[in-house]
Design a binder for this molecule. Structure first.
Ligand code: GLU
Length: 487
């Protein structure tokens, strides 16, 4: 019975996302969260959320809320947590005490000034930075003296001075570190807070984390963690360090490339389902061609084996393209629902609010065809709302001369006036033959009408646009165009 239970718990996948609230989560952070979440869901495991808030000086107000909001926005629901490390200090202290007792750690009394001048000196001599282990071998008397002086010590780990530390990374295979390159890193700071290394492994142990899937930048911390697990007599989890994300210029992804807070993508009108699909492809692929995958398909097929070893490249154009595909995949009602807040917010203030929702619903399918983000919708559809179009008269004359433009617009007004059935098909049935009568190529004639009714040369299909605008508005706009030409 016990054995069966053990086997089950061994197979149980428990992963965590462990952000530090020292800033708003960006694309890379959320990609890590997403890989963990998908891995948990694929394996019917647990996804645990842990806020690593022990670096008090670097905490950013509100960051935790933004982290939670970003996860919710993408639908990355957690099964346990959020745990806050700041509420678990006792546990880390206990672990540090244990290591002190076993003489696997020691108290260090060096002042920040001393450490600083040591660092300067090392830099000057081009030596690798690291603590010089001055307090590692203090005698009992020296220690008592330090204690008596009232200095609050930090606790440092006694890294082995020689030998190697190795572990298996599920993506990179055997990783070997020379112990001589590791310094005696701090476990407990003088403010009583643990460092990342200590808190991270105590929690991964207590939370029974089976797999640590995290960014590549943490690989250099892994040997320290393995040594700590060994010192505490605990079984380490399996590690998988995820490939780096590079910008289009192949340098490390930064703000410059669009690695801004994930909530900004939300504000720019990206759909969470598109973002989800896009993010999973930053390092994972189903095969060498499939780009569009639903959440269910991703969960079903996700595996660590298909995570690439090579760095992923962030391509903003691809994200925009993908978002456009997801936008067009929405029902027109759903699209309207999502676009309305953007219209309310970003259409010029001169346009009356609240917007006429019936009218908005009519024109949304036209914007839906063209928009790559919801934030583009106001700009794409502004001409539907404004009372008077503003455009340069030159646009009306880009393909015809003035006399021809006037003649064509006058004939159009006359036809429109007598038209009863104001729908795209009958409109087309009137204006195609009119082009012929006017001896104009349809492209030229329709281009002229397009500028007159929308104020632009590129817009949704002309007759559908006219249908939505309605007869009155179209007539008014053609007359306004004539006025522009006649003066
Ligand atoms: N708190 C670390 C971070 O901000 C966690 C790293 C890890 O997953 O071990 O990314």
């Amino acid at each position: 019975m016990l054995e069966a239970k053990l086997a089950m718990s061994e197979a149980m996948v428990r992963v965590r996302f462990a952000p530090s609230p020292t800033g708003y989560p960006h694309l890379g952070n959320i990609r890590t969260a997403l890989f963990n979440w998908v891995f948990a869901r694929h394996n019917n495991g647990f996804f645990i959320l842990r806020i690593e808030d022990t670096d008090v000086a670097r905490l950013v107000e509100g960051a935790t809320d933004v982290i939670l909001e970003s996860l919710r926005w993408l639908g990355l629901d957690w099964d346990e947590g959020p745990y806050f490390q700041s509420q678990r200090l006792e546990l880390y202290r206990e672990a540090a005490d244990r290591l002190l007792k076993q003489e696997l750690a020691y108290k260090c009394y060096c002042s920040t000034e001393r450490l600083e001048s040591m660092r300067q000196e090392q830099m000057k001599r081009k030596q690798p930075p690291g603590y010089d282990r001055r307090c590692r071998n203090l005698t009992r008397e020296q220690r008592a003296e330090m204690e008596a002086s009232g200095i609050t010590p930090v606790v440092r780990f006694k890294s082995p001075l020689e030998g190697q530390t190795s572990f298996n990374d599920l993506l990179r295979g055997q990783i070997i570190f020379e112990n001589s390159t590791l310094d005696d890193f701090v476990l407990l700071k003088s403010d009583g807070y643990p460092t990342y290394h200590l808190a991270n492994i105590v929690d991964d142990h207590l939370m029974e984390i089976s797999h640590v899937l995290r960014a590549d930048e943490w690989l250099s911390s892994a040997p320290r963690h393995v040594l700590l697990y060994q010192a505490l007599g605990w079984q380490p989890p399996q590690f998988a360090h995820l490939p780096m994300i590079l910008g289009a210029d192949r340098s490390k992804l930064s703000k410059r490339h669009g690695a801004t807070a994930i909530t900004e993508y939300q504000e720019q009108g990206y759909l969470p389902e598109a973002m989800f699909n896009f993010l999973v492809l930053l390092g994972w692929a189903l095969d060498d061609k499939t780009e569009l995958l639903t959440r269910e398909e991703i969960i079903k097929h996700f595996s660590l084996e298909r995570i690439s070893r090579a760095a992923a490249v962030f391509n903003k154009d691809k994200l925009e393209w993908m978002n456009g595909v997801y936008l067009r995949g929405l029902s027109s009602e759903e699209f309207a629902q999502r676009a309305i807040p953007f219209l309310e917010k970003d259409l010029q203030t001169a346009i009356n609010r609240p917007l006429d929702i019936g009218y908005v619903r009519q024109l949304m399918p036209l914007a839906q065809e063209r928009a790559r983000t919801l934030a583009e919708v106001p700009q794409l559809s502004e001409f539907f709302f404004v009372e008077e179009l503003e455009y340069d008269v030159g646009l009306l004359l880009s393909k015809t001369d003035k006399a021809e433009a006037i003649r064509s617009l006058q004939a159009s007004v006359a036809r429109m006036d007598s038209l009863k059935d104001w729908n795209a098909a009958p409109l087309e049935a009137v204006f195609r033959p009119l082009a012929e009568e006017l001896k104009l190529k349809t492209g030229v004639f329709f281009g002229l009408l397009r500028v007159a009714v929308t104020g632009r040369t590129a817009a949704p299909p002309l007759f559908q646009t006219m249908e939505v605008l309605g007869k009155e508005r179209c007539l008014k706009r053609l007359r306004a165009a004539l006025d522009k030409l006649v003066v």
